[in-house]
Design a protein around this ligand. Structure first.
Ligand code: PLP
Length: 376
């Protein structure tokens, strides 16, 4: 896997005002808008719908911006997220296996007033959703999840997908709408993705054709991810894409070569709280701020990138401490100094914050993380 160096041309992000206690997650509003618009233009050019995954921001305000930029609907992983997002969106997708009666009845309740679809990869899920919908008097749309190489969820073959599709058409309360896949295994650089993406397309086309041969239509074929977002046109079966991380980006997307540091809208401002150990400083953020996620394309780079000290390496995290090796830095950060960190994986970091700070044109606004902690 090719590792992209971080460009040092980046101008350090304006630090949060002194009164914001650290660690604090700050969003550069102009970058968020640019990221949203860039994907919207690409998708419009290729006639693809965008149904962004809201797990990255969990925020109604940002979901509304995506809808204003032309998103056809919103995606979520959790029922609690979908419930939050239903306050701004009318067309919702739960891209997660939903099998237990309690969750299914919340979904069915929501489907009374919203266009709601759920991804399924088991007969248990179809039966639970159908039962809940019949009880609620609603109809839940179903996308059959097909595994296109990640090996996480999704049925393995076109005929397995047909069997589930036929079960859906035989069940009351659920409606067969199409196919879902997630190409989360594709992390090669954008211009080297065509072989893997055509394998994805072959599998989707085989499924669509098998369904058609049995009189079933896949009106929706939903796929996409941030690493493959701008190559989605290579999967001709897609009718829509669901990237999530693209809205903020992070060190995974920078080091993977899918964007530059200038495209990272979310930064965590920390304070240096100790320099007692030689060649090291300590930040006031640990796993409860950054999570323990490593950088997928560059594991050796540590727990995030310090913008003002690109040669520093966050080597070790405990819950509230981030140990930084500064031996390669020309200047050592001082105790009390604030630094800006781009985390490896922004989505779970955001889920650790009740609110984040939106900075735009000299203004600072607090943005609630509406679906924070919604894990069921
Ligand atoms: C089912 C599904 N769809 C879409 C996405 C969004 O992908 P990305 O994080 O690459 O933007 C995810 C991410 O976890 C996912 O699990």
């Amino acid at each position: 896997m090719m590792i992209f160096p971080v460009q040092n041309s980046f101008e350090p992000f304006a630090l949060a005002p002194r009164e914001l206690p650290t660690p604090v997650l700050v969003l550069d509003g102009a970058i968020v808008r640019r990221n949203i618009n860039r994907l919207a233009s690409y998708a419009a050019k290729h006639r693809l719908g965008v149904r962004p995954h809201t797990k990255t921001h969990k925020s109604k305000v940002i979901a509304q911006m995506q809808l204003n930029a032309g998103a056809i609907g919103l995606t979520a992983a959790k029922v609690g997220e979908v419930e939050e997002m239903s306050k701004v969106g009318d067309d919702l997708l739960l891209a997660f296996p939903t099998v237990d009666p309690a969750r299914c009845s919340r979904v069915a309740e929501l489907a009374r007033t919203k266009a709601l679809r759920v991804a399924v990869d088991s007969a248990t899920a179809v039966n639970s959703l159908a039962q809940a919908a019949a009880a609620a008097g609603s109809i839940i749309g179903v996308l059959v999840d097909v595994d296109v190489g990640m090996g996480r969820t999704g049925v393995a073959t076109a005929s397995d997908a047909l069997a589930l599709a036929e079960l859906v058409t035989r069940s009351r309360g659920v409606r067969l709408d199409g196919i879902l896949c997630y190409p989360g295994h594709i992390w090669s650089v954008a211009d080297q993705q065509s072989v893997q993406l055509s394998a994805v397309d072959n599998k989707l086309q085989a499924t669509v054709q098998l369904w058609a041969a049995h009189g079933l239509e896949a009106r929706i074929v939903s796929g996409g991810s941030t690493p493959t977002a701008f190559q989605s046109h290579l999967v001709r079966s897609y009718t829509e894409i669901r990237p999530g991380t693209y809205v903020f980006n992070d060190m995974n997307t920078v080091r993977g070569g899918f964007c530059s540091l200038e495209d990272c809208a979310a930064r965590i401002v920390c304070t240096v709280v100790s320099d007692a150990v030689p060649h090291q400083v300590v930040l006031d953020g640990g796993t409860k701020t950054f999570t323990s996620d490593i950088c997928i394309p560059a594991r050796e780079t540590g727990h995030g990138h310090i913008v003002e000290y690109p040669d520093a390496r966050i080597t070790r995290l405990s819950e509230e401490h981030g140990q930084v090796d500064v031996s390669a830095c020309a200047r050592r950060p001082k105790v009390g100094e604030r630094v800006t960190v781009v985390p490896n994986h922004i989505c779970p970091c955001l889920n650790l914050q009740d609110a984040v700070w939106w900075m735009e044109a000299g203004d600072v606004q607090r943005v609630r993380v509406d679906a924070r902690g919604q894990l069921s």
